[in-house]
Write a protein that binds this ligand. Structure first.
Ligand SMILES: *[C@@H]1O[C@H](CO)[C@@H](O)[C@H](O)[C@H]1NC(C)=O
Ligand SMILES: *[C@@H]1O[C@H](CO)[C@@H](O)[C@H](O)[C@H]1NC(C)=O
Ligand SMILES: *[C@@H]1O[C@H](CO)[C@@H](O)[C@H](O)[C@H]1NC(C)=O
Ligand SMILES: *[C@@H]1O[C@H](CO)[C@@H](O)[C@H](O)[C@H]1NC(C)=O
Ligand SMILES: *[C@@H]1O[C@H](CO)[C@@H](O)[C@H](O)[C@H]1NC(C)=O
Ligand SMILES: *[C@@H]1O[C@H](CO)[C@@H](O)[C@H](O)[C@H]1NC(C)=O
Ligand SMILES: *[C@@H]1O[C@H](CO)[C@@H](O)[C@H](O)[C@H]1NC(C)=O
Ligand SMILES: *[C@@H]1O[C@H](CO)[C@@H](O)[C@H](O)[C@H]1NC(C)=O
Ligand SMILES: *[C@@H]1O[C@H](CO)[C@@H](O)[C@H](O)[C@H]1NC(C)=O
Length: 319
């Protein structure tokens, strides 16, 4: 199954309208307006064009996975040898809370998780999508190169890649003001917003080469060596500018032999990184400013507590 969002965010609010602010389909020529910084006092939807400045989820996260296998190797769904893989790009509110499934007219997720807009029984149901997978939306717009890239670097564990892309789009992309359909104007072509989101995620991902950044500090996947959280955070802070969130799974440190008697219950197997940033103007334009994580790592903090495992033989593609 798709992995669940676990930390980062502290509150849920639900909404399910066709447009976050009911913008008009006209007049979104963003080069004509100032590129205000998201989460600044100027990023106010009452006074700026919310298609041109992110005014809804102004705290952005580009999230990546470190998986050791996909479960779909027989389908050719492999992991790129020298890269982490794309999870998505999320629009948290400036205070770190977030919404999800904000536009049920753009629901392309076959396995909604959670299955209501607020994750509670009283939320609006998010109905599983049964149409052609979201990957098929790229061909009519001629974006075969983007699709090929996504199949190399945006890899799902436990489901076909396109199901995962549909999940990420419908759960998260629909909660950006700047990817709202009216922002694309009167000449909007069906699914242009989807393609624009995918290429924007890829734009940020390509700037955030986690594998190489850790490697530059001597931190490579290993099934024989372990690492210390502080060293990994320091390495990424050195390269990125601020401290991203590192997520770990695996056994809690104090349930392992090495961590017996410890009060450190953090995870011991590195699996995720979330880079936080604000943007000037549209996120699409890539003018980002790194910011620190809002919470703290789920990984164990004890020296040498973290495994950054090698991928499984047979799960890796070399390109
Ligand atoms: C679009 O811009 C024109 C020219 O400034 C203006 O007359 C019109 O009201 C605007 N339309 C909308 C929907 O904002
Ligand atoms: C966070 O910000 C959102 C959007 O402004 C707001 O709706 C929500 O109540 C805030 N949550 C908290 C916990 O302050
Ligand atoms: C939904 O249920 C939760 C928890 O039971 C409650 O706090 C919240 O106010 C409810 N929301 C609505 C819109 O009824
Ligand atoms: C959501 O999932 C829960 C748990 O599986 C189930 O009980 C509930 O009926 C589902 N709700 C909707 C709206 O599908
Ligand atoms: C945990 O405490 C027990 C009992 O005091 C001790 O025998 C053991 O060596 C300790 N383990 C570690 C890893 O410190
Ligand atoms: C691990 O640490 C947590 C938090 O300090 C504690 O609640 C839990 O009981 C500990 N577990 C073990 C097996 O020591
Ligand atoms: C980010 O966090 C680090 C470590 O906690 C701290 O040294 C640094 O000042 C913070 N940077 C910003 C911009 O807040
Ligand atoms: C390394 O360890 C992981 C996790 O235990 C395992 O899945 C993988 O197959 C191992 N890789 C190699 C190359 O032995
Ligand atoms: C993976 O392949 C390497 C090199 O051929 C080998 O040393 C290692 O034992 C293999 N690991 C597993 C889990 O099969």
């Amino acid at each position: 199954m798709l992995k669940h969002l676990i930390l980062a965010s502290t509150a849920f609010i639900s909404s399910a309208t066709a447009s976050l602010y009911g913008e008009s389909q006209l007049n979104h020529t963003c080069i004509l307006v100032p590129d205000y910084l998201s989460c600044s006092s100027q990023a106010n939807p009452a006074t700026v064009d919310s298609c041109c400045v992110e005014t809804y989820g102004g705290l952005l996260l580009q999230t990546q996975y470190w998986d050791v296998n996909t479960g779909f190797e027989v389908e050719g769904q492999l992991l790129p040898a020298y890269s982490w893989t794309i999870h998505g790009m999320w629009p948290d509110f400036c205070n770190g809370s977030y919404t999800q499934y904000c536009d049920l007219d753009r629901q392309y997720d076959p396995n909604p998780s959670p299955n209501t807009t607020n994750g509670l029984p009283n939320g609006t149901a998010v109905v599983p999508y049964t149409g052609p997978n979201i990957g098929t939306f790229l061909a009519p717009l001629g974006r075969f190169d983007l699709l090929a890239y996504m199949n190399m670097y945006w890899i799902s564990q436990g489901s076909p890649n396109a199901d995962f892309w549909g999940h990420e789009f419908s759960k998260h992309a629909t909660c950006f003001s700047t990817f709202d359909v009216p922002c694309y104007g009167p000449e909007y072509r069906e699914h242009e917003d989807v393609v624009n989101f995918f290429e924007t995620v890829v734009k940020y991902y390509m700037r955030l080469p986690t594998w190489g950044w850790l490697g530059a500090h001597g931190i490579y996947p290993s099934n024989t060596t372990t690492y210390t959280l502080g060293a990994m955070e320091a390495a990424l802070q050195h390269e990125y500018g601020t401290v991203p969130y590192l997520g770990c799974g695996g056994p809690s440190y104090n349930t392992t032999t090495a961590g017996a008697n410890s009060t450190d219950s953090g995870g011991t197997v590195l699996s995720e990184v979330w880079y936080y940033f604000h943007t000037y103007g549209r996120p699409q334009d890539g003018q980002s400013v790194p910011v620190n994580q809002t919470g703290s790592s789920s990984c164990a903090k004890a020296p040498g507590a973290i495994s950054y495992p090698e991928r499984a033989n047979g799960s890796v593609a070399y390109y």
